[in-house]
Each structure stands twice: as C-alpha cells, then as structure tokens.
Design a protein around this ligand. Structure first.
Ligand code: 5GP
Length: 205
C-alpha cells in the first residue's frame, strides 16, 4: 500500500475529523530501531521528523534528510529560542526535534514519528502526554553487546561506551514509567509487526 493510500484509509482523516498522532520510538543503538521506524513509516504513510544534531555527518548521510547538521552555536540558539520540541546530549553531541513540523503534522491529522533517545522521549511525554511512546529492547543485554560487535563499525572502546550508554537507557526507560509499550526485538520482522500493531491499536482506540 502506498503512503497516500494508507493515509486515505485512516479513519477520521478523510472525513475532516483529523486526528494526528505523535509516535516516539526509542531504544539503544544496535537494537534495530531504525528498521522498525522505516517499516512503521511505510505501512502507515507516516512522516518522520528530521532532527538537528551537532555530531559530524558520516559519508553515507545526507544533510536535511538524515539530520540537519548544525554547529554548537546554532544548536544553543535553537534551544534558547524554543525552536526544539525536545533536545538532549548524547555521547558528547546535541540532538533535538524541530518543533514546528511536528506541530503542523499533528494539527493536519498526520502521524509523525520521532526516532529519539530516552531523554527526549521523556520530555515529549511530559509536554505532550497524548504522544504514544514505544521502547525497543534487545532480547538481553549480552545479545545487544554481541550485535554491537558484529556491526564492526567501531573499535572495542567505542563499543563499550555505546553498550554502557545502552544499559543506562534501558534502565531509564523502565524506571521513568512514561513509555506506553516495550517491544523486544528477538526477530526483526516480528518486532516490526508488533510495533505496527501497537500503534494501529492506539489509532483505533
Ligand atoms: P546517532 O548519532 O546514532 O544517529 O543517534 C544517537 C542517538 O540519538 C540515537 O539514540 C537517536 O535515536 C538519538 N536521536 C536522534 N535524533 C534525536 C533527537 O532529535 N532528539 C533526541 N533526544 N535524540 C535523538
């Protein structure tokens, strides 16, 4: 189904009773959340927020598509001006969600997806309690460490740093009590289907 068809099939949109939904998807790096986000985006014809970040662009990334890459001064300016719906520091860099596109999408009855870390997810749920927040978990912490090593992207010290961050994120997500659902990614197809089913249930409810 194309995005446009999916959009038309959503109850409430065509009839003018527009009902937007903000969906937060968080989870530690290496857990498969980018694949899950892509799957949900396609299936629902949803929009994906493009964050700002101060981290350097990798070769595979496109400015304005993967992120808006900005410097620290511009990041600080946007935070102070209230232009970011939420923002956080993650492994020495700033990340934030531009506020306006989110507000516009919701007002126009569209589904907006945010792929953001747990600190950002908490801020979104505090300021917009109607948002639906899903946290993706690995089957176990040991399995996550194995997956991070298999990516062969980084030296062991960087992997250990990411792993420690992941353990902190999982603990924070559990204890904050703000995530609406936890999806364990044992099998990627099943996790994609489960996340999608949860969001659909929320849209219908
Ligand atoms: P990466 O540098 O690997 O692309 O992202 C690092 C972490 O920052 C990931 O957990 C990602 O989900 C998170 N992230 C990306 N954009 C945002 C954002 O706008 N706000 C917050 N709070 N986290 C973000």
């Amino acid at each position: 189904m194309s995005g446009a068809e999916a959009e038309r099939e959503r109850p409430g949109v065509e009839g003018g009773g527009a009902r937007g939904l903000l969906v937060v998807i968080s989870g530690p790096s290496g857990v498969g959340k980018t694949t899950i986000v892509r799957h949900v985006k396609e299936a629902l014809g949803a929009e994906l927020s493009v964050s700002v970040t101060t981290r350097p662009r990798s070769e595979a990334e496109v400015n304005g598509v993967d992120y808006h890459f900005i410097d620290e001064a511009e990041f600080a300016r946007r935070c102070e001006a209230g232009e970011l719906l939420e923002w956080a520091r993650y492994l020495d860099h700033g990340y934030g969600t531009p506020r306006r596109p989110v507000e516009r999408a919701i007002a126009e009855g569209r589904i907006m997806l945010l792929e953001i870390d747990v600190q950002g997810g908490i801020q979104v749920k505090q300021s917009m309690p109607g948002a639906f927040a899903v946290f993706i978990l690995p089957p176990s912490e040991q399995e996550l460490l194995t997956r991070l090593r298999h990516r062969r992207r980084e030296p062991e010290a960087a992997i250990q740093k990411r792993f420690a961050k992941a353990q902190w994120e999982i603990a924070r997500a559990r204890e904050c009590g703000l995530y609406d659902a936890f999806v364990v990614n044992r099998d990627l197809d099943a996790a994609c289907a489960e996340a999608l089913a949860l969001i659909r249930r929320r849209m219908d409810g």
